[in-house]
Design a protein around this ligand. Structure first.
Ligand SMILES: *Cc1c(COP(=O)(O)O)cnc(C)c1O
Length: 414
């Protein structure tokens, strides 16, 4: 693949002051929300230069979140596959068990700095809701989480966690009663309350400045892993990969390597296959459109409406993708590949049995691709971001796939 840009000036040039990554990004908002997001932008531009803010965030990461998370060499898994070497960045060991807290603590600190008393957000599967409720408890902020009634019924344990942490869960009872309506409901509440509240998006998407801000807060993943990998091996990995839902753990993982001779792979969920409504592989199958206030690749139907999407990993089934990923794709810097439900489940079992790490189904997509890559590059090294732990997924897996014995007996026969 030909890379169409020199990345040494990238962070100075992108995003543009109005939040564009090439033709993607921006902020399409009602006049009222425009004012609110502009206020967030001003505040972020000033604190990201402030040594006091950065030091405080570093202290929180160390003392509260348990960062840095380790880089781990998957010795047994690698040997099963041949002479390649697979490494993991262990975001599953971050407090609350996933990378999401990295940006939620940043957003909470920003809310404090802006003198807000409440944080508002939507959640689908509840992972962002739990991470944000954790940040709210830490900072002593009120927390209002909008969630579709269908998701509330499906994700009872996460609803319980949010409530224990002191969050108010607002059920959304219109439309499909899932994530898209939860976003609409949260925006509506924010438009009414923006004087004393701040909206906190759960991924590196949404109107400017969220794609920039969330990426910056997630940058610790790549910043740490690059140095850790160098310390462990004396060189950089040949390749890095991470799963792409909205694109936050991947953006944070990739940023540190943009200017290095390292191949980068974003892994999208292929679900049950390439048919309409069967997957959520936005960059692979979507086209340029506007959703939720920003321009990017979007999966749409014939009428240009957001298409139905599917992935076994509920954290990956989003119709759009962060605008910076769309840009990296067009520039040829990041390769957007896919892993199916079936491949993710197989990777889930392999990492569990060979390494003693039960990964989230989202993260299993990155691990599935690392396994595939490793087989094709016998002497190469690949670093996959393990974005979260799989405790939340074990009941579903056992119900649908048992304990994985079928996968391993098939492997022995092969
Ligand atoms: C939410 C989630 C994701 C997907 O979100 P991104 O913004 O694409 O990183 C991936 N892994 C885990 C464990 C998640 O909870």
């Amino acid at each position: 693949m030909v890379i169409k840009m020199d990345f040494s000036r990238y962070f100075r040039d992108y995003p543009t002051p109005d939040g564009h990554f090439g033709p993607y990004g921006g902020a399409h908002l009602t006049p009222e929300l425009k004012k609110a997001f502009e206020e967030i932008n001003q505040a972020y531009q000033s604190i990201c230069q402030s040594a006091h803010f950065i030091n405080e965030l570093r202290r929180i990461r160390r003392e509260f979140q348990g960062r840095p998370t380790p880089v781990y060499h998957c010795d047994r898994l690698s040997r099963k596959l041949g002479n390649c070497q697979i490494y993991l960045k262990r975001e599953d060991l971050n407090h609350t068990g996933a990378h999401k807290l990295n940006h939620c603590m940043g957003e909470g600190l920003l809310a404090k700095y802006m003198g807000k008393k409440r944080i508002i957000a939507e959640t689908g599967a509840g992972q962002h809701g739990v991470a944000l409720a954790t940040a709210a408890a830490y900072f002593g902020l009120e927390c209002e989480i909008h969630m579709g009634e269908v998701d509330i019924a499906k994700q009872a344990p996460n609803v319980t966690r949010m409530k224990i942490l002191g969050a108010k869960v607002v059920p959304v009872s219109f439309g499909q009663r899932t994530l898209k309506e939860a976003v609409d409901s949260a925006f509506e509440s924010y438009a009414k309350n923006y004087k004393d509240s701040i909206y906190c998006i759960g991924t590196a998407a949404g109107p400017h400045p969220f794609p920039l801000m969330v990426r910056d807060f997630q940058f610790c993943i790549g910043e740490e892993s690059r140095q850790q990998f160098l310390d462990m091996t004396g060189h950089l990995p040949d390749a890095v990969c991470a799963c792409v839902g909205g694109g936050s753990n991947s953006a944070g993982s990739f940023c540190a390597y943009l200017n290095d001779p390292v191949d980068i792979y974003g892994v999208e969920p292929l679900g049950k296959g390439a048919g309409f409504g069967q997957h959520a592989a936005t960059i692979n199958y979507g086209k340029k459109a506007t959703l939720h206030g920003f321009d990017s690749y979007v999966l749409t139907d014939d009428n240009g409406e957001a298409a139905p999407v599917h992935s076994i990993a509920s954290g990956l089934d989003y119709q759009a993708v962060g605008p910076e990923h769309a840009f990296w794709h067009d520039l040829g810097r990041v390769n957007y590949v896919t892993a199916s439900d079936e491949e993710a489940v197989q990777a889930f079992f392999m990492l569990s049995r060979y390494e003693g790490i039960i990964p989230a189904l989202e993260s299993s997509h990155a691990i599935a691709y690392a396994i595939k890559w490793a087989k094709e590059h016998p002497y190469g090294s690949i670093l996959a971001t393990c974005s979260g732990r799989g405790d939340k997924d074990v009941d579903y897996i056992v119900e649908h796939y048992g304990y994985g014995d079928a996968f391993f007996s098939a492997e022995k026969k092969a």
